[in-house]
Design a protein around this ligand. Structure first.
Ligand SMILES: Cc1cc2nc3c(=O)[nH]c(=O)nc-3n(C[C@H](O)[C@H](O)[C@H](O)COP(=O)(O)O)c2cc1C
Length: 196
């Protein structure tokens, strides 16, 4: 039974909503098990991230989807601490040939999200993982207005919402939700094919 793990950090909840949508999409694929694994700042002690339970679940997964908000054009420090801790696995190439993918959310339509996705793909390449891209054109190109891939990102899933400092509950754009959902399905299908 293929397992898709989604490991991510989210400060104010938008990246979390994307992670949930990817999980929902992946769970639509028959016989797929999904693990949602949220990295928190509290898991970092003296600058080092550590959580044996998360690492064990990632080691067992067939696919790992990496997600972080874009902070200053790259991954959030909390997520980078997790990536650095996983370098122990890189040494023995423990995630080699697992399926991988990535997603990010930021406040600006661009917000330099590409920097985050490039970094997530580079990290997956260092682990010798098999990167799966978005696989959807902007639906507006063929006359639809559901917002699928409205931001036109292909390396990984992009989401954007205007910065809201009022402390209100995070809301995900419908198009970004659908893009995440479809990506979840795509990565679960790819995982099934790869581990057939
Ligand atoms: C430290 C910091 C740096 C940020 N840098 C960027 C940025 O480079 N580009 C951008 O569009 N938004 C930036 N933002 C806004 C966040 O990307 C946005 O609030 C985040 O995607 C929300 O995701 P979350 O709700 O999962 O935390 C930044 C926010 C913080 C706190």
């Amino acid at each position: 039974m293929p397992t898709v793990a989604i490991v991510y950090f989210s400060g104010t909840g938008h990246t979390h909503l994307m992670a949930e949508a990817i999980a929902e999409g992946a769970a639509r694929v028959e016989n797929t098990t999904v693990e949602l694994l949220r990295i928190t700042g509290e898991q970092i002690v003296n600058g080092r991230w550590k959580n044996d339970d998360v690492i064990e679940k990632l080691n067992q997964a067939h696919a790992i989807v990496f997600g972080s908000p874009t902070y200053m054009g790259g991954v959030a420090a909390q997520f980078k601490a997790f990536i650095d801790a996983a370098s122990e696995i890189w040494f023995r190439q423990g995630w080699k040939d697992k399926i991988a993918g990535g997603f990010t959310h930021s406040s600006s339509p661009s917000g330099d999200k590409q920097g985050t996705l490039l970094y997530l793909a580079t990290n997956a390449a260092q682990h010798s993982m098999i990167w799966v891209n978005v696989g959807d054109l902007q639906s507006s190109l063929y006359g639809k207005n559901d917002g699928v891939n409205r931001l036109g990102g292909f390396l990984g899933v992009m989401g954007a919402s205007q910065l809201d400092t009022s402390g209100k509950k995070a809301v995900l754009d419908l198009g970004d939700y659908l893009t995440s959902l479809r990506f979840g399905e795509r990565i679960a299908e790819a995982t099934k094919r790869w581990f057939k």
